[in-house]
Design a protein around this ligand. Structure first.
Ligand SMILES: *Cc1c(COP(=O)(O)O)cnc(C)c1O
Length: 403
């Protein structure tokens, strides 16, 4: 029988997808519909924080699914109040707004910051300062916040109210503050931007600038949060606290869930009717969010993440020594690590995929390793071997081409 040519996909082609489809997962492993096994060090872009099919999460979702899925925010949702309380107890925050994604959490953060000044008698203070290389999402406002020309192109005028300064330039940051500035918004570690972290000193200076100028500090911890950096939240390493923080990705462990946390003061303008969501905070998401926290907040869990991270970093340093023509630099914290390459980063990601190791490219010619937080030393060794073979494969193809 003749092979049929594949039908064109009915999906809007906004993604360049690899020709792989997975039908089940277990821990850090994914299995394709052809029965092949892949080591998942991408974790659905830092989402599957506890790996695939974690028994505690499966149980929580299943039990909630049999009770009630959705009631809307016209009613109280006890699981949501519980999750909010746990997040408040573990952070700087006094209050939480649940939504379904990172971009929505950032939209809430931006609205909270603007409203704070409006109810304080300064509606003209609505501008937000962000940093080049940032990624805050794909809605019209969060695109403007991220400021990346390639993502803004063709979508009409850029949403008003965002001013961008070069990464790491504290003088430029200071100079960008005007009487119209509402907030500074940054990722403590730029993830999509190439795993570039701010130093504790830079975060402290941002906090001081905000305090001196009566403006709010927003941390976007959508990718860095919920243990990804080895701390519950990446900023906790610096001792600096924000006024507002967005969280998503890892907090749902694979279920769509975002949250915007704020101090009572920062959230002072957000009264009934000022913001909303139909799906946000629904009982399914809340059950899973609580189950993720059950595991991540267990004593010793984050210490273990830091310990395994150290092993992984050591192995990556070894890999750099073994393949100096491919690997330029190792970056990152916890399970948010970056390998900056001397070849196109997508080439290393593709070679790793050939070795059945899933990684995620980032900006600045970096390939990210974002494994589930629950990986073992054996998983690290497995990833090392696969990356080592991927690098050897690239080297062989280069010498082959030269010969
Ligand atoms: C992924 C990401 C977002 C956007 O999250 P979505 O869930 O895709 O809307 C925002 N900020 C950061 C730092 C992210 O990594």
């Amino acid at each position: 029988m003749a092979e049929e040519s594949p039908k064109p996909s009915p999906l809007l082609p906004t993604f360049a997808r690899a020709d792989l489809s997975f039908e089940r997962g277990e821990g850090p492993w994914l299995y394709t519909d052809r029965g092949e096994r892949y080591l998942d060090f991408g974790a659905g872009i830092a989402v599957n924080s506890l790996g695939h099919a974690h028994p505690h999460l499966v149980k929580a979702l299943g039990e909630q699914a049999a009770k009630v899925w959705h009631v809307s925010n016209l009613y109280r949702i006890p699981e949501g109040e519980k999750l909010a309380q746990r997040l408040v107890d573990a952070t700087f925050a006094d209050t939480a707004f649940f939504c379904n994604s990172g971009a929505e959490a950032n939209e809430a953060a931006i609205k909270i910051a603007r409203k704070y000044h409006a109810v304080g008698g300064h509606p003209e203070r609505f501008r937000i300062i962000t940093v080049e290389g940032a990624f805050h999402g794909r809605t019209l406002a969060t695109l403007a916040a991220g400021g990346q020309q390639k993502y803004l192109e063709g979508f009409g005028p850029k949403a008003e109210g965002f001013d961008q300064v070069p990464y790491g330039d504290m003088e430029a940051l200071k100079a960008a503050i005007t009487p119209e500035t509402a907030a500074i918004m940054v990722e403590p570690i730029q993830a999509e931007g190439g795993v570039r972290g701010f130093t504790p000193q830079q975060l402290r200076e941002m906090r001081e600038l905000c305090d001196q100028n009566g403006i709010l500090l927003i941390f976007d911890e959508v990718q860095t949060g919920v243990g990804r950096s080895g701390k519950l939240f990446a900023h906790q390493r610096s001792g600096v606290t924000p006024d507002i923080m967005s969280v998503a990705k890892g907090i749902g462990g694979g279920f769509p869930l975002g949250v915007c946390l704020a101090t009572r003061e920062a959230g002072r303008g957000m009264t009934a009717g000022t913001h909303g969501t139909t799906f946000g905070g629904n009982p399914l998401a809340m059950a899973v969010g609580n189950a993720v926290l059950d595991v991540v907040l267990e004593p010793g869990f984050l210490e273990r993440v830091e310990r395994i991270s150290l092993v992984l970093k050591q192995r990556l340093a070894e890999l750099k020594d073994r393949h100096p023509s491919i690997i330029a630099e190792i970056r990152g914290e916890g399970m948010l690590l970056g390998v900056r390459t001397k070849i196109p980063n997508t080439e290393l990601a593709a070679a790793a995929r050939e070795e059945h190791l899933l990684l995620v490219p980032a900006g600045d010619n970096v390939v990210r390793l974002l494994p589930p937080l629950v990986i073992t030393e054996a998983d690290v060794s497995e990833a090392f071997d696969r990356l080592d073979r991927a690098c050897a494969r690239i080297e062989a193809s280069k010498t082959g081409a030269a010969a």
